[in-house]
Design a protein around this ligand. Structure first.
Ligand code: P53
Length: 479
């Protein structure tokens, strides 16, 4: 890399996901997705996953911020900020409403034609996630989501349909968003949004997660192969949530515990980037007596379908500590094993803000995978106040993003880590994935919508909008 500023073609931009912005959940032939059966969380509880859509419940993703109808004006605002790229997902259930059809839904395909054309009009490169918490709900009820090997076929059929359709419009793809969230297998939200799975009483959630995760890395490897057959220029990436797990102290067992935590969080990208299972994990399956459906053909496909680059989100870091009664595996359970890091502050939602963790992560992934890296999410959820004259003074967001960009530049310029681009979360205010709230705001653009769904949906530029515009215009020099 260069000591003299960022590369000229650096992909500055912003990110969203279809289900968090589009709304129009039953328009254009779209089927229900997993996001459509999740309610909004209160201040202390998690989002409820309901049995289909229930009368009397509120589902914030059904309307979201109406991007489905308002995208031309929104993309124009992205262009005004100077975006070179825009990351979104294709809502799987717009293209295959039930998930198990043979033919795609033309009306769904047409929507993304219009959206990508709108981006290209401003020379904004679309960066497209295939599966961002948007599995067709019918695949959940009929097949148990990624409990079933059949879902690999449904996914690859979807992937092939959109690769073919958008081969001249989209070059950068990502397979499964934050595929490793489910390493926290005891949290209902992660297995449901990653894999369309609800754990049943008496089941071993960890084993269920490893089986689903295996089917997903296989599905990802098949998608990579299909993509390269259709267009050898396609760049297909994996996508993980990079929350590093630090040892809480320099006690050797804490260091071992943290190492196992990192292995447990990143085996997905190990397989997707390197094409083989790490040794610790096959030993772990044996030790735990997990008898998984992993075939020879699967292993061959994993080798053939390694990714071109690694995309990742970065919001926060974690820390862990060994207990006095660790088993031989130092088995890691994220819902149980994290401790607070007293050296870093927390966001209003308790996320540990740690800009240096981004430099650490870029180096760690570069050493481990030797692939180009793409920061496809980074940002802070915060309460914003709209003033009477429609301004939002979000200096905290500017500070957060600036501190992280500084660390990204150190990794690139001092450490030589190859970074393709930076698409912070989020381009515009969205429905929060984990809480369903609008008030956990991330955007450069404020959307007048409240947690209960009220509001005019009008858009307003925040202070961070103008700041980011200058950052892009100066290729990251003026922070
Ligand atoms: P929300 C967990 C840890 C890190 C990122 O998150 C995560 C999650 C799951 O909540 O999600 C990603 O909205 C995700 C986005 C999401 C964003 O980070 O829960 O890819 O869809 O909106 C922020 O505050």
């Amino acid at each position: 890399m260069t000591k003299h500023g960022l590369p000229k073609n650096f992909l500055w931009g912003g990110a969203v996901a279809a289900h968090q912005v589009e709304g129009a959940y039953n328009v254009g032939g779209k089927g229900l997705s997993v996001a459509d059966v999740m309610t909004a969380a209160g201040s202390h509880d998690e989002r409820k996953i309901t049995d289909g859509v229930q009368a009397g419940e509120f589902y914030p993703n059904h309307d979201a911020v109406d991007f489905y109808h308002q995208y031309p004006a929104d993309v124009k605002l992205f262009a005004e900020m100077g975006f070179k790229s825009f990351r979104t997902s294709i809502a799987w259930s717009r293209i295959f409403p039930q998930g198990d059809e043979i033919e795609p839904n033309e009306e769904g395909l047409k929507f993304y034609d219009r959206l990508f054309d709108e981006c290209l009009k401003y020379n904004i490169e679309p960066v497209v996630t295939l599966s961002h918490f948007e599995m067709p709900y019918h695949l959940v009820t009929k097949y148990g989501g990624f409990r079933s090997r059949k879902t690999i076929t449904f996914f690859t059929r979807f992937a092939k349909a959109v690769f073919e359709r958008y081969q001249d419009k989209v070059k950068y793809w990502l397979t499964f968003n934050e595929i490793n969230n489910q390493s926290n297998y005891d949290r209902a939200f992660t297995l449901f949004t990653n894999s369309g799975i609800q754990v049943k009483p008496g089941e071993n959630a960890e084993e269920v997660m490893y089986q689903a995760g295996h089917y997903e890395v296989v599905a990802s490897s098949l998608a990579v192969q299909i993509a390269h057959q259709i267009n050898p220029d396609f760049q297909v990436g994996a996508m993980v949530a990079f929350s590093p797990v630090y040892p809480a102290t320099d006690k050797p067992s804490d260091v071992l515990k943290a190492q196992r935590a990192m292995q447990a969080r990143f085996w997905f990208s190990d397989v997707q980037c390197e094409g083989t299972y790490p040794t610790w994990l096959t030993q772990y399956f044996d030790a735990k007596g997990y008898d998984l459906d992993i075939t020879k053909a699967d292993l061959a496909n994993l080798k053939r379908g390694t990714v071109d680059y690694l995309g990742f989100s970065y919001y926060m870091s974690f820390a862990t500590q060994a207990s006095d009664h660790e088993d031989k595996q130092f088995s890691y359970n994220e819902s149980r094993d994290l401790v607070t890091n007293k050296y870093v502050p927390q966001s209003d939602w308790g996320w540990q803000v740690d800009p240096e963790g981004l430099r650490y992560g870029l180096n760690w992934m570069n050493d481990r995978y030797h692939l180009p890296l793409f920061i496809v999410e980074n940002g802070i959820g915060a309460i914003d106040k709209l003033t009477a004259d429609h301004e939002v003074h979000d200096q905290y967001r500017i500070d957060y993003l600036r501190d992280h960009i500084v660390q990204m530049k150190l990794a690139m310029e001092e450490d030589g880590v190859p970074v393709m681009g930076y698409t912070p979360w989020s381009a515009i205010d969205i429905v929060s994935a984990s809480t369903g709230q609008l008030s956990k705001r991330y955007g450069f653009i404020y959307v007048d919508r409240n947690d209960d769904g009220s509001g005019s949906l009008a858009r307003y530029r925040k202070d961070s909008f103008y700041w980011y515009q200058r950052v892009i215009a100066t290729n990251g020099e003026d922070l």
